[in-house]
Design a protein around this ligand. Structure first.
Ligand SMILES: [Zn+2]
Length: 201
């Protein structure tokens, strides 16, 4: 993946950002909405490293209260596609864990986890994870959004590399994918890996 130029752009943007001492690391959800954007005269963002040294960005002032509410409504956990997928997997007799941190020392939750066969499922929202088909950037605060999305992509890639290194099979499911098709992919991987682990144990 040609990330070199993206990284340089990101670093250029990040170098203009301010450091924050304490930023909540929980991802936005309906029950705990993200930190309200910090109102500043200019579109500045705050950042703080997570345990892997990746930076979390805090939103600058939204263009309006309505816009802010609509952004906050974008949940990342228990989204409709994720719940539908879980239901389908359960219907097929597959059993899994939810929102598990499988990488030691890293605060990164995997949406759906099959610990035995070591299959991790990441359900990605088209907006937050810049889906190739539906990824888009809001016009307002564009530089901030670019940095945010780039950081998300970079973290996704880093997570994928770490999972693979730890012997996990990662299945990425996009929000726009049909539940049935995604479930097929996951079921195949789980059955295949289950067979493998039972013959090697
Ligand atoms: Zn999409």
């Amino acid at each position: 993946m040609p990330l070199g130029t993206d990284f340089r752009a990101l670093i250029a943007i990040q170098s203009r950002l301010e450091l924050a001492k304490e930023i909540p690391t929980s991802r936005p959800s309906a029950s705990s909405p993200p930190t309200p954007p910090i109102v500043r005269p200019t579109a500045r963002a705050l950042e703080a490293p997570d345990t892997a040294g990746y930076r979390r960005l805090v939103a600058p002032a939204a263009i309006s209260a309505a816009k802010r509410r609509s952004m906050q409504a974008q949940r990342s956990k228990d989204t409709a596609p994720e719940v539908a997928l879980r239901r389908e997997l359960f219907r097929r007799g597959l059993r899994y864990r939810l929102h598990r941190q499988v990488l030691p020392g890293l605060r990164r939750e995997i949406d759906i986890v099959f610990p035995g066969p070591r299959v991790a499922v990441d359900v990605r929202g088209c907006f937050w994870h810049s889906c190739p088909r539906h990824g888009s950037l809001p016009k307002h605060n564009r530089a901030w959004w670019e940095a945010k999305m780039e950081a998300n992509k970079r973290r996704d890639l880093d997570t994928a590399i770490r999972l693979r290194a730890a012997g996990w099979t990662l299945i990425v499911v996009w929000e726009h994918e049909r539940t049935e098709r995604a479930a097929n992919r996951i079921e195949r991987a789980v059955r295949r890996q289950s067979g493998r682990s039972s013959t090697t144990d």
